[in-house]
Design a protein around this ligand. Sequence first.
Ligand code: NAD
Length: 481
Amino acid sequence: MKTITARDMIKTIKTHYIDGAFVESHGQEVMDIIRPTDGKVIARVTLGDEEDTRLAITAAKRAFATFGRTTKEERASILRRLHQAISARIDDLTSAMVEEYGGVVQFARLIVDSGVNAFPAAEKGLEELPLTRSWGKTTVTSEPVGVAGLITAWNANTLFICLKLASAIAAGCTVVIKPSELSSLQTQVMIECLEAAKLPKGVCNIVIGRGDVVGAELVRNPDVAKISFTGSVAVGQSIMRDGAATMKRITLELGGKSPTILLDDAVLDKAIPAALILAFMNSGQACAAGTRLLVPISRLGAVKRAIVDAMFSFAVGAPADPKTGVGPMVSQKQYERIQSYIRKGIEEGADILVGGEGHPEGFEAGYFVKPTVFVNVKNDMAIAQEEIFGPVLCVIAYDSEDEAIQIANDSKYGLHAAVLGTDLPRARRVASQIRSGRVVINGMTDDPQAPWGGFRFSGVGREYGRYGIEAFLETRAILES
Ligand code: NAD
């Protein structure tokens, strides 16, 4: 007889978090959560509906009457409570991300840590942000915008919830969170954190459900003043369009096709591993992934050899194994999307340097793909213009620095970019000409006070630090005669 282990147990999730309590779902649709490493069902989630969402919005609206008038210090104390409660569950949040999303454990931990750090970062941002300015007989104040709907994507659900929640609380907004339905295990832990933080009732609510049901209700409901969204361009566009009916304030964090410019003075031993980390972080399922590597034509041969040599660091494997570089894709749909782009790249005439179609050997179950590097890519090919959202890197050759900048900017996106080179003033000069929300020099790095967000189709508005808080504020001027 087969022994049933904890790994075989199917979890059941049936509650939302509304008005400071665990509330049974009114919605009845049940969705399976599938483990990406083997395609097995690991949880069943009862999804919320419009009525669950309206209940949460009503609770948030009621709470806003008081919370919207809190002082900086009162908000800071809530941020500290959230930080404490979520810090206590870092391991659980990381394990849930590994289990239901297939996040590589080392990276999943970094993501969860960044989420936890969003609370002290927001506290610092709030401290530095003047909420009242006066001159003569005029007083200008920054007021919380109202109830905010926070809608997140699956590739770093915990981080997005924390970032948006921290900024909203710092601004004095109450919230209804609609996490990605594919992240329900992580969300369950987050709900327990909110309960442990003992926030005033209704300040923070979570409804688990589908985007076109729970998300759409948030976008349409006149009692929601603001939507902060992380996800795809198509859904972002629909939110902008549908939100116009109730004049929603909107922040959209959308996709990318980020360039990495390798300058001709780059030291390849350092620059190529840095470029590959940018391309394959979070198994390539990252909005900021540096998926276009722009290489001086004179160094193309050496770069190709360096890429092949460095690929051992991006071994495919079980996400829970700390030696793994690239884990499975989140779903069958995502697996097929990557395959179709690899086929498209071949049809368009690009050459495969590493990887290719199909499952990697030994990983036939689940949604594993081969980390793939294309060479002989032209920037107008679909694989260089469209967001693939998987571990697929395009190497594009350039003749001059000006051409590299022109190729980098020749994209409908503008979220993130990187410049790799030894001459720092030159790297800075190149960085200053790239039309993206963030440009990193000599490798991936982060600063929780620096703004995050995109030019063009990569989005509208900014998150992080005081920029993130400002996105939840309205300005009021009082003038005395
Ligand atoms: P998605 O747009 O399919 O879903 C995102 C969220 O929107 C989910 O919670 C979903 O349920 C919800 N949603 C779907 N339809 C909706 C509707 N009609 N109204 C309201 N909400 C709706 O995106 P995804 O597949 O979860 O995430 C991948 C995308 O997210 C990629 O394009 C990626 O680049 C982008 N992304 C951007 C950032 C960033 O910071 N710029 C970060 C991570 C991911």
